[in-house]
Design a protein around this ligand. Sequence first.
Ligand SMILES: O=P(O)(O)OC[C@H]1O[C@H](OP(=O)(O)OP(=O)(O)O)[C@H](O)[C@@H]1O
Ligand SMILES: Nc1nc2[nH]cnc2c(=O)[nH]1
Length: 182
Amino acid sequence: MLEKTIKKVLVTEEEICAKSREIGQILTQEYKDKNPLMVAILKGSVPFFAELTKRIDTHIEMDFMVVSSYHGGTSSSGEVKMIKDLDTSVEGRDIVIVEDIIDTGRTLLYLKQLLLHRKAKSVKIVTLVDKPEGRVVEIEADYVGFSLPNEFLVGFGLDYDEHFRNLPYIGILKEEVYQTKD
Ligand SMILES: O=P(O)(O)OC[C@H]1O[C@H](OP(=O)(O)OP(=O)(O)O)[C@H](O)[C@@H]1O
Ligand SMILES: Nc1nc2[nH]cnc2c(=O)[nH]1
């Protein structure tokens, strides 16, 4: 079972659900009558996007983008690549980007600049996890679920080599998992 591979749970399922409800209520007030476009950045944001959007009690639309800056393992290539673009025009729209994590900040800086360049009316960022110690560019999220230390995290969308996204909590893997997979 997957639980045997986890050294430590940092954020429980209950904490994630409660936080999603809290941020959902704030977004409900902030975006009432604005019909924002909620943009999930695949694949990592899928569980949080599902949890958060059902807590927003006003009209929203949804779209999806795939960008990638990590190519396996635990290290970053530093380069952000667009793999799948939005289907929807963002011109004149209020946009809410939903992410699982901000680390170096490169992905979100790229995305925010791209959407503003396309004349979005506003671009706000919601992230489940922030790792502020990892930042190499200047960007902050407008809403942060949990600010966590600079360790490699898995679960609730966060993967190690595409595995562990389906864990219902956020944790750290035991060392032996890296030894067997590398
Ligand atoms: O702040 P940064 O250092 O740019 O890192 C954050 C990005 O890295 C992860 O995506 P990844 O490219 O691993 O794709 P995934 O969502 O499919 O796991 C995560 O989902 C963020 O998009
Ligand atoms: N899975 C995972 N992806 C990341 N991308 C940036 N930081 C992390 C992390 O801690 N875990």
